[in-house]
Design a binder for this molecule. Structure first.
Ligand code: XMP
Length: 521
């Protein structure tokens, strides 16, 4: 089945992915591609409309990215956002200047009632009864002359051309960002663009996705066998459930217990996938091997490398036992795809280096099956629920590939991992009980390899210290420490110190990212 598609060309804004999210929320399928794709690519993509994203660049400068010519020649509507509007103006014969001051933050634009995109929308009215929209601006440059046939669509006192439109050709530009939630009517504006102006069919519905994906997987794989590294995380779990629904016993999942998992994690995975779902699951207890390899190693990067390399080794050994496997399935999701595409073209200014357990596709010589490649995280979660995975698993906080290995500072020892697991389980349990689990993006305990003096009953203790970490973030690239209530912190600390023999002190990490990172290593 083919869907109507919107093409988003990425000029490197940090919020390009949000444009895609908003459009998908309108049930219209869209994809993000780098802004320098070829004209042929655009024609072949056959979009119902095109969105040009914002950028950290200046449209005023000489060395700037421009939109491919096909964007303006295809005969489909185009929406330029911020830099996208400026580049549209400059490419079609208008004029952009470097603004004397940056406009950053909320602004109110007066809208032109005749505009198909903005007309009739309003958050309030001014004294003359004109509609006002509350929008989010973030720009230095501005358009001072519109290309021929364009009319002003909205304005502010400092930015007279805050939006422009050539309704006849369906070309629109807005200086503000409709994709961020700060622009109150942003979602409606994007809905209008894709549904009314582009006429895209709102047929991107996740319930249908599952069925379509099942058919695609069957068609692709035929009677071949597929192998998947199941980590217990959301993405690989949903991929496993989906592929299992498509091809049942042709799928084998391999779960590697590296000794760095959370409390009862292995049992939970076995229960969900083997017992409840009837999925073919191989569980490898490689904890001894991991512990041995990590012995005496304290440097964080070295630890990460060892864990990653060993995982590949263990997985390869298991894969060798399945000589008929032709496909390697992975839970790659759309943000991973966009990130690695923009990392290649270096469009975005800063991208988190991708530190996942990698190396499998190259070494195994298997074909890749990535059924979640098109989905955003919340779509993956929705799909997971639709496939019957337990909500507790689907909405679980992310857990890093190297697991507790990056949460035990310095040398990793089994004894430390055991203490950390217990402490971590208490923290998570209390967060759930206090209804805080879903209010934070990630929470965990870190084991500090230092001892401190304490007193318990009448005796002196000399035991280990742990730190609690809880952060709130939307993208994990920046994060704030979570303002957990003192009573909750007190209760967690009390329980950990009383229940976990070997820990006598608990701290709360109040560093944000940047400059700290979320994990301690
Ligand atoms: P940092 O510590 O870089 O973490 O602020 C950002 C997010 O990434 C997760 N993380 C990892 N995830 N493999 C993963 O799959 C890794 O090696 C890894 N290191 C960090 C971290 O838990 C946080 O959500």
């Amino acid at each position: 089945m083919t869907h109507d598609k919107i093409l988003i060309l990425d000029f490197g804004s940090q919020v390009t992915q949000l444009i895609a999210r908003r459009i998908r929320e309108a049930h219209v399928f869209c994809e993000v591609h780098p802004c320098d794709v070829s004209d042929d690519f655009i024609k072949e993509f056959d979009p119902k409309g095109i969105v040009l994203s914002g950028s950290h660049m200046s449209a005023y400068e000489e060395a700037k990215d421009v939109a491919p010519k096909a964007v303006y020649e295809l005969g489909v509507p185009v929406l330029g956002i911020c830099y996208g509007m400026q580049i549209m103006a400059s490419q079609l014969g208008g004029k952009v200047i470097s603004g004397t001051q940056r406009e950053f933050g909320y602004a109110e634009v007066v809208t032109n009632p005749a505009s198909k995109l903005l007309g009739g929308l309003s958050d309030s009215t001014d004294e003359s009864g004109r509609n006002l929209l509350k929008v989010w601006m973030s720009h230095g440059d501005k358009v001072i002359e519109m290309p021929i046939d364009f009319k002003v669509m909205c304005s502010t006192s400092s930015c007279p051309i805050a939006g422009m439109a050539d309704e006849k050709r369906g070309f629109y530009g807005v200086q503000f960002h409709p994709e961020v939630t700060h622009t109150v009517k942003g979602k409606e504006i994007l809905n209008r663009f894709v549904l009314d102006i582009c006429g895209a069919n709102p047929d991107w519905i996740l319930g249908n996705f599952a069925q379509e994906a099942v058919e695609r997987i069957r068609e692709k794989v035929g009677t071949d066998e597929v192998i998947l590294g199941l980590s217990g995380g959301v993405d690989s779990s949903v991929a496993a459930a989906l592929i299992h629904r498509a091809i049942g016993k042709q799928l084998t999942c391999v779960f590697v217990d590296n000794g760095l998992l959370r409390l009862h994690e292995r049992e939970q995975v076995e229960k969900t996938f083997r017992e409840n779902m009837g999925l073919q699951l191989v569980v490898v207890d490689a904890s001894e091997r991991f512990m041995e390899a990590l012995g005496g190693v304290t440097a964080p990067e070295q630890k990460r490398k060892i864990i990653g390399r060993l995982f590949v080794e263990v997985f390869q050994e298991e894969a060798a036992k399945l000589p008929n496997a032709r496909w390697l399935a992975q839970g790659t999701i759309y943000p991973d795809v966009i990130e690695s595409a923009s990392a290649k073209t270096k469009k975005a200014k800063t991208i988190k280096s991708h530190h996942n357990v990698g190396g499998l596709p190259e070494t195994l010589h298997l074909k890749l099956l990535e059924p979640l490649r098109e989905l955003f995280k919340d779509e993956v979660r929705e799909l997971g629920c639709a496939l019957g995975l337990p909500p507790k698993m689907v909405f679980r906080h992310p857990f890093p590939g190297p697991g507790l290995g990056v949460r035990i500072l310095g040398e990793v020892k089994r004894e430390y991992a055991d203490l950390l697991r217990q402490a971590d389980a208490i923290f998570i349990e209390e967060l759930r009980l206090a209804d805080w689990y879903d209010k934070v993006s990630q929470a965990f305990v870190v084991f500090l390899p230092v001892k401190s003096v304490g007193v318990m009953g009448d005796g002196r203790t000399y035991d280990w210290v742990v730190a609690l970490r809880a952060v709130q973030t939307s993208d994990f690239m920046t994060a704030k420490w979570a303002p957990l209530p003192y009573e909750l912190l007190g209760k967690v600390s009390n329980r950990i110190i009383n229940e976990v023999k070997g820990i006598n002190r608990c701290c709360y990490d109040v560093s944000s990212k940047p400059p700290a990172t979320i994990e301690w290593e």
